[in-house]
Design a binder for this molecule. Structure first.
Ligand SMILES: Cc1cc2nc3c(=O)[nH]c(=O)nc-3n(C[C@H](O)[C@H](O)[C@H](O)COP(=O)(O)O)c2cc1C
Ligand code: SF4
Length: 481
């Protein structure tokens, strides 16, 4: 397996073969992260726990598939066979909550890439077909889909829009960010979205939600994470007008969208995927390892402290209070951004081509998200809270996740990359089948490196379907250089 020129400087998780190895390593690294030596089975297993939301939707177990796009839609925003294959894999994974299932643009200008799915009048039939495909495949695999909850993640990519060309950024920004404007080549006076454009966008979200409901989806996620537009509102401390400065103004976006959806699509549940904390942007240091891209004090990390490298969840909690007031129950947590601090967002041993070598053992990144989510769950027990960033745990994922669920530190375990390489992991854990080692995601980051270089995403190293593709060779060449 080609892992490029990079030689990891931290022990591989696969080397931590026994519970003692893992305990010793966590102790040595100063990482506080509980895990269970033995996995429970049957009704005793916390993974088997069901939930019915206040809106009356059933979720048949405590596994969630996180949204993951594949950069593989048509240029008019329709799914392709590759998209359908991925959604089918989500459906047959055994997880009973499908969060998303990938970012879907509500406006053409808000697409993150020219192949991102887009929900509009012309594509309604395609979205209905995707929903039915998920339902059908799940029923074939597990008998019924009454307790499968499938939503659609609605998005506008804000600062990271590339709607027309894979190489041309066409950002829509809310404020001039001293570090990110520079990093992505934007002048200090790059034009900001106007309040009028924001109003139009809010209408577009509501229309998209109505369409999602019409085509079968039971909830929509109003994405507030990863540096995209919804997330950028939360740190718009410098923006003038009704969407900036005060927290009340910075949270107006979600309130206005929610009011519109409640009026136009009654019965449709609303969820929020949120970066519950953020850090300052990182960049490659002289040795290739990640180093901060700026200096403290740093004020733009929502849920972060002024050091830019620590959490302060006080404003995150105020935002969550708003969500509670809006009677939103579904909360999917994540952190940071894949564009400027990927080690916070998706801990990996092998960096993507536009990233940097991890500045810490990636287990720190996993533990940081678990710890922050447990604080959220403690302060806001009424959210149905999904955790993210577990894939780096590899063999130990079920053992740590079981401990998290049993301790009430989250309600559901979100799976991202792991499900690209090993779609049936939830079913295996629920059935007590030992993990299939050859399918375990080793965080090679090819699924991120490929789209960063204009290709489709997929698990090229481990999924035989992608492994044999010609572009896999191109990807290996890019990595080797
Ligand atoms: C290829 C790829 C595509 C992703 N696409 C999305 C997306 O469309 N929406 C989103 O909220 N997160 C997206 N993510 C982030 C994941 O949902 C998840 O938060 C992240 O991979 C960390 O979880 P993991 O450790 O299980 O991989 C994507 C991640 C990957 C690897
Ligand atoms: S390419 Fe495969 S092994 Fe690598 S991070 Fe993505 S899912 Fe994991």
């Amino acid at each position: 397996m080609s892992t490029g020129k990079y030689k990891p400087q931290y022990p591989r998780v696969a080397q931590l073969k026994t519970a003692e190895d893992l305990s010793d390593h966590l102790l040595k690294e100063g990482i506080e992260m509980g895990f269970d030596k033995e996995l429970k089975t049957g009704a005793n297993s916390p993974f088997a726990k069901t939930h019915t939301t206040r809106a009356g939707n059933s979720i048949g177990n405590a596994f969630c598939i996180l949204p993951m796009e594949g950069w593989d839609g048509t240029t008019d925003g329709k799914p392709t066979e590759l998209t359908k294959r991925r959604w089918k894999n989500f459906a047959i994974s055994g997880a009973k909550l499908l969060w998303g299932c990938e970012a879907v643009a509500v406006q053409p200008a808000g697409r993150a890439n020219p192949n991102q799915l887009m929900i509009n009048e012309k594509n309604l039939g395609d979205f209905e077909e995707l929903y039915q495909l998920v339902k059908r495949e799940h029923e074939t695999a597990f008998g019924n889909s009454d307790d499968l909850l499938t939503g659609l993640q609605l998005t506008h990519s804000g600062r990271f829009c590339k709607p027309n060309s894979k190489t041309k950024m066409e950002p829509k920004i809310l404020y001039s960010h001293p570090v990110l404007n520079k990093k992505f080549g934007l002048a200090e006076d790059y034009p900001l979205m106007t309040d009028g454009e924001i109003s139009e966008l809010i209408d577009a979200y509501v229309i998209a939600a109505v369409r999602a409901q019409k085509t079968g989806y039971k909830f929509v996620d109003i994405k507030h994470c990863h540096g995209y537009l919804g997330h950028e509102f939360l740190s718009a401390y410098d923006r003038e007008g009704k969407y900036g400065k005060s927290l009340e103004n910075r949270t107006r976006f979600i309130r206005e969208i929610t009011a519109g959806i409640r009026a136009e699509a009654p019965g449709l549940e609303i969820g929020v995927r949120m970066s519950i904390f953020d850090w300052m942007p990182f960049k490659q240091g002289p040795e290739g390892t990640g180093i901060p891209a700026t200096e403290a004090p740093y004020k733009y990390a929502f849920g972060g402290d002024e050091s830019g490298q620590g959490e302060d969840l006080s404003e995150s909690f105020q935002f969550l209070k708003e969500l509670e007031n809006l009677d939103i129950e579904l909360l999917c947590t994540t952190a940071g951004s894949p564009y400027y601090n990927p080690h916070i967002q998706r801990p990996a041993l092998f960096p993507p081509s536009d990233g940097y070598m991890p500045p810490e053992d990636p287990l720190h990144g996993v533990a940081r998200q678990i710890s922050a989510v447990s604080k959220v769950k403690k302060a806001f027990p009424n959210f149905y809270t999904v955790g993210s960033g577990y894939s780096y745990l590899q063999e130990w994922l079920p053992n740590v996740a079981q401990n998290v669920l049993d301790a009430g530190k989250a309600d559901s375990i979100g799976l991202g990359r792991m499900v690209l390489s090993y779609p049936e992991l939830p079913a295996d854990v629920l059935e007590g089948t030992p993990m299939k080692r050859a399918k375990i995601c080793r965080t090679f980051s090819d699924c991120t490196t490929a789209p960063r270089n204009g290709m489709i995403s997929g698990c090229f190293p481990l999924d035989p379907f992608y492994k044999k593709m010609e572009i896999h060779e191109t990807l290996k060449t890019i990595k080797a250089s």
